[in-house]
Design a protein around this ligand. Structure first.
Ligand SMILES: NC(=O)c1ccc[n+]([C@@H]2O[C@H](COP(=O)([O-])OP(=O)(O)OC[C@H]3O[C@@H](n4cnc5c(N)ncnc54)[C@H](OP(=O)(O)O)[C@@H]3O)[C@@H](O)[C@H]2O)c1
Length: 206
């Protein structure tokens, strides 16, 4: 093949591939734009724990007095996902009215069934249910935690935003935010905010 023809063919191949990548990217972006966002919004110790092993949050509650951007975030969501242990922690420790009244709350559990005035228990596959909720119209979805129900969502790449507030404390052991497992996630750091002694890191899935 003469060099000019070869060159033209190469240009065609490169631009065709780039065009395909562009279209693939656009389709992915469109999918993301038309789907509801699933956000993890959570507080951890500096060493990555969300609670002590006995589920105590004393290390967090003894220093957290301000809103720290919570109200602004809460207004962006209408659906809440919780693990059964997190839900029961709330029932044991929040003595005023249920804190997420008026939102659609789903509690993942293989042991609790049915519903209460505030939550619906679900023993359905976490990934399937969450993927279908993301396709429904509405505001954002908040995965409150804990670590156990978060893991499968990370593994299946369903979490769009991670907003992590780090408390200025190391507790050495406890319940992990990120359970070890066969998953990886590439992220863009979108924003860093300081709220008094807390630092908030906002990441977006690439
Ligand atoms: N620092 C923070 O901001 C923060 C935020 C959230 C939670 N927390 C703390 O985290 C602790 C709980 O976290 P955790 O990781 O131990 O538990 P978790 O994720 O809250 O709940 C685990 C439970 O969820 C249910 N579950 C898990 N996978 C399931 C599946 N595939 N299908 C159906 N149900 C499923 C099971 O309930 P059953 O046993 O009923 O089957 C399991 O025992 C609590 O102490 C809470 O206070 C802290």
């Amino acid at each position: 093949m003469d060099p000019a023809r070869l060159y033209t063919n190469q240009i065609y191949t490169v631009s065709h591939t780039m065009g395909l990548r562009f279209i693939q990217r656009k389709i992915k972006d469109h999918g993301r734009l038309t789907m509801r966002k699933l956000s993890l919004y959570i507080a951890t110790s500096l060493d990555g724990y969300i609670a002590r092993q006995n589920e105590s949050l004393d290390w967090l509650l003894n220093q957290r007095a301000d809103d720290n951007g919570y109200t602004a975030f809460y207004d962006t969501i209408d659906t809440i996902l919780l693990g059964r242990r997190t839900y029961q922690w709330i029932l044991r420790n929040v003595h005023s009215e249920f804190p997420y009244q008026g939102k659609n709350c789903y509690v993942f559990s293989r042991t609790l069934k049915g519903q209460t005035a505030n939550v619906q228990f679900v023993n359905q596959d976490i990934v399937t249910l969450t993927a279908s909720l993301k396709k429904k119209p509405g505001k954002g979805i908040w995965i409150v935690g804990g670590g156990e129900v978060l893991s499968p969502l990370l593994r299946e790449n369903l979490v769009d935003d991670l907003i992590i507030q780090i408390a200025p404390v190391i507790i050495g052991q406890g319940i992990r935010l990120f359970n070890p497992g066969p998953y990886e996630m590439a992220l863009d750091l979108v924003k860093v905010t300081q709220y008094n002694q807390f630092v908030e890191l906002q990441y977006q899935r690439k």
